[in-house]
Design a protein around this ligand. Structure first.
Ligand code: ADP
Ligand code: ASP
Ligand code: MG
Length: 814
């Protein structure tokens, strides 16, 4: 014989019940016991009605109406009109009885556990009756049997304990006394010896089915639900989760104990002793293989089988010097919890015996705190033990696998993955069987932690990077283009899955948790919501993705000022915006420190020399123990472009205009021409070389006339350039008369920096610098006479975008 259990979603409405019928019909077995849950969501509604009534909230009547409507609609859709009245009559009688009970709670203003069980039992009673009638109507050899006549329990309402001997006898007698092929029974409900209605705990229909399977020596227990099996993690939270084909009883028990709701934890016990396999199947995809839970499944080489989590956890700790070496403290502690009927999900104890810490349900927190403080009142008043410490709103996350004990380094890998993603761990426990390692974390981190661990243990090859990009101008749009173009390569060759989750310019912003389709980012952004930097930050924080990166492609001061907020949330920052790194030294070093503290890289390679690997090289020099003494550099692609093209044949004004139009200057070209941009760059190089310098410490001999420097708009600036053409021609003539070329040079030596236009003679490293090229000469302990030289295109949207791209990939390899 087989036992089949159908969960709430599987019997939620008439269409689903039709599916159930076809599954039952096609089951190959001489006898089939079908255990059903209440129609999906009904148990919650029953509890809500009861709660409201007990609080004198008249809204309970509407909830009851909704319950009635669901059932009546289901009956009407399943049965032809002539068959409906008898069924509807019985359903209505039941619902009337239910209403009277709920009104009882309204009158007495409270809910007794016994009343609660009576009320919620209606969910399963109604569903099983309707389904049994439906199967019979279509000529199947089926009958209904009330589980309360078979399963005997104590009188602990809400989660009763089963008396197996009596139950087994009842089941066998019933089985032998009936001949029908199909028996439909309500899950979840049972009765005490004196006939009081009890329930087996939320999700308890699985348990009902297992109790029957165990008692009747079923060949298999099939759990039909709304997912295709037990997954490597909850598929609703981890998109990459995969179905586990085979798993051992013990592993399944651990996973469900730690929250894999697909199987109610106590379900394993009744079938384990007889090694009856459990098959988890999907009512909505019956052809899927599902998960087979059986004895000693070969792990197929897998160490970690699954990851689960349980939310709404409170940590309760007892500590104090009076606990050391005194026998019996733990016993008293656990006895206290036991007597209050509080179940302990996780236990940790410090090796010094200085403290005991347990994880319990949030709902039990208050009761537990009071009970423990009462039990240890004497010790607490004598200050030998501190009052219980209670920390709520936590969650437990657990790695499970039979084979974990044979492998070293799993917990190291687990905790370093969590640490890297800034998941704070409050407590740790490892089962003696070494079948699970569990950690207590904040509930807001659950999704991130699950995905982090899933990535570390099941998708080892591919790392996900989640980008939030601000600025889609010249540089930003090229970056998006490059990301789109390289997506496949990054995944295949570098095992990086780079997704743009959020995108913003100054007027619009758009988010897509699955990653924006970069082929149509302009349309998506156009249809996005109104841009709001504050909301952008809040949204990123709320999404709380691991490997999140803010990419700033703007020259905006306010965006630059927000980096600290991102770093503090462990969100990495990649930027081509120089404002933050050239702001005052305290701010720059604070950002570097936050980056370290929160494990969030802060990368700005493109601040100097666009895509050239200048800062990265500098970092490697310093890391390997070298020391920079002197830097000489031409760092302005814009000024290079200008002076390389300027001659007596063209006007200075036209050349600057051309540079601006070609994207070689900052949006405000005065920032380049005045030398400010170069000052910022040499400042950043000096700082990255380990020197403490501020922008005011840098000497700048500007070649611009005073009037041009004082202009306040681009138009005014360009007009002044026109007016001073002879001034610029003069500068040009002076250089050519000495056979020199004009280069805007930045220097750093002996802790001092300066920038300015210089006459460069033939033969000098800077003489042949073409187009918008940059060059940097580093003189260090190791590069004494011959400097380390980096040279190449130092401006332009494409190379800047590729520099940002490289920083993103660096974080991917971090
Ligand atoms: P039923 O009503 O059929 O008993 P449940 O809602 O109790 O169904 O259990 C199925 C749900 O369990 C799935 O929809 C899924 O959200 C959740 N779940 C949690 N962890 C896992 C897991 N590791 N594998 C599969 N499902 C899981
Ligand atoms: N209906 C009950 C619940 O929702 C039992 C079950 O569905 O397993 O908890
Ligand atoms: Mg369930």
């Amino acid at each position: 014989m087989k036992v089949l259990k159908f969960g709430g979603t599987s019997v939620a409405n008439a269409a689903n019940i039709q599916r159930v019928k076809s599954i039952v019909e096609n089951t190959k077995s001489d006898r089939v016991f079908v255990v059903v849950s209440a129609l999906g969501g009904i148990t919650d509604l029953l509890m809500e009605a009861l709660n409201r009534a007990s609080k004198n909230d008249k809204g309970y009547a509407q909830v009851l109406e909704a319950i009635e409507k669901r059932h009546l609609e289901t009956v009407k859709a399943l049965f032809p009109p002539q068959a409906q009245s008898a069924i509807l009559g019985k359903v209505k009688t039941d619902l009337n009885a239910l209403e009277s009970m709920v009104e009882g709670a309204l009158m007495i203003g409270e809910i007794t556990p016994g009343l609660s069980d009576k009320v919620v039992s209606h969910g399963e009673l109604l569903s099983s009756f309707i389904i049994a009638e439906f199967l019979k109507k279509d000529g199947l050899d089926a009958i209904f049997k009330d589980s309360r006549e078979l399963i005997v329990t104590d009188e602990t309402h809400g989660r009763a304990t089963v008396y197996f001997n009596e139950t087994q006898k009842n089941c066998k007698d019933f089985f032998n006394g009936t001949s029908q092929k199909i028996v439909v029974l309500p899950g979840f409900i049972a009765a005490s010896k004196s006939g009081k209605i009890t329930t087996l705990g939320r999700g308890g229909s699985d348990y009902t089915a297992a109790i029957l399977a165990g008692a009747l020596d079923a060949e298999v227990l099939e759990i039909w639900t709304d997912v295709s099996g037990m997954f490597t993690a909850n598929p609703k939270l981890v998109k990459q989760a995969k179905c586990i084909e085979h798993i051992s009883f013990e592993e399944a028990m651990e996973l469900s104990h730690f929250g894999a709701k697909v199987l109610y934890a106590p379900t394993i016990q009744p079938v384990l002793a007889k090694a009856i396999p459990i098959h988890i199947k999907n009512t909505f995809a019956p052809e899927d293989t599902g998960t087979l839970i059986s004895k000693n499944q070969n792990s197929g080489g897998k160490t970690v089988k699954g990851i689960s989590h349980v939310g709404n956890i409170t940590l309760l700790s007892l500590e104090g010097p009076g606990m050391v070496g005194i026998p019996g403290i733990s016993k008293r502690f656990f006895e206290t919890l036991f007597l209050e009927n509080i179940s302990v999900v996780l236990i940790t104890q410090a090796s010094s015996e200085h403290s005991i810490c347990v994880g319990i349900s949030d709902i039990d927190a208050e009761k537990a705190e009071k009970a423990v403080n009462d039990a240890f009142e004497l010790e607490i008043s004598a200050k030998r033990i501190k009052p219980a410490i209670v920390e709520s709103d936590l969650a437990i996350i657990a790695l499970v696998g039979d084979n974990m004990k044979n492998h070293q380094g799993l917990s190291g890998k687990m905790f370093s993955a969590l640490g890297k993603n800034n998941v704070n761990i409050r407590a740790i426990a490892q089962g003696a069987s070494e079948r699970n390692i569990s950690a207590v974390i904040g509930k807001e981190d659950v999704k991130k932690a699950l995905n982090t661990l899933h990535e570390a243990f099941f998708e080892e090859q591919v790392k996900q990077l989640n980008l939030f990009i601000i600025g889609v101008g010249n540089v930003g749009s090229r970056l998006l283009q490059q990301l789109q173009q390289q997506k496949k390569y990054l995944k295949k060759e570098l095992k990086l899955n780079v997704r743009v989750i959020g995108l913003s310019n100054s007027s619009k912003m758009v988010f897509d948790e699955d990653g924006l389709d970069l082929r149509q980012w302009t349309e998506l952004l156009d249809h996005g919501q109104h841009a709001d930097p504050n909301l952008f930050f809040k949204a990123i924080k709320k999404l709380n993705y691991r490997n999140s990166i803010l990419v700033d492609n703007t020259a905006s001061e306010s965006v630059a000022n927000s980096y600290g907020d991102f770093l503090k949330e462990s969100i990495s920052v990649v930027t081509c915006n120089k404002i933050a790194c050239s702001s005052d030294y305290a701010h720059y070093s604070k950002l570097k420190q936050l980056s370290k503290e929160y494990n969030a890289p802060f990368l700005f390679e493109t601040n100097v020399g666009a895509g050239l690997p200048i800062i990265d090289t500098l970092k490697h020099l310093i890391a390997s123990g070298d020391k920079v003494h002197k830097i000489q550099a031409v760092l302005s692609g814009s000024l290079n472009f200008v002076f390389n093209n300027f001659s007596s044949d063209v006007t200075f004004h036209d050349i600057v205009k051309k540079a601006q139009e070609g994207g070689y200057t900052e949006p405000d070209p005065k920032i380049d021409l005045s030398g400010i941009d170069v000052m910022r760059k040499i400042l950043i190089l000096a700082r990255e070389s380990g020197y403490q310098l501020d922008i005011d410490d840098i000497e700048n001999e500007s070649f611009l006339p005073e009037e041009s420097l004082r202009t306040s708009s681009n138009d005014e600036f360009f007009a002044s350039l026109k007016r001073y053409e002879s001034h610029f021609q003069n500068i040009y003539q002076q250089a050519t008369s000495k056979k020199c070329r004009l280069k805007y040079v930045a220097q750093f030596e002996d802790g001092k920096a300066r920038v300015g236009l210089q006459h460069i003679p033939e033969g000098h490293d800077f003489y042949n610098l073409e187009g918008s090229d940059n060059i940097v000469l580093f003189y260090t302990d190791r590069y004494i006479d011959q400097p380390l030289i980096i040279k190449g295109a130092g401006a332009g949207a494409d190379v800047t975008a590729s520099g940002i791209f490289a920083d993103i990939v660096r974080i991917g390899n971090f």
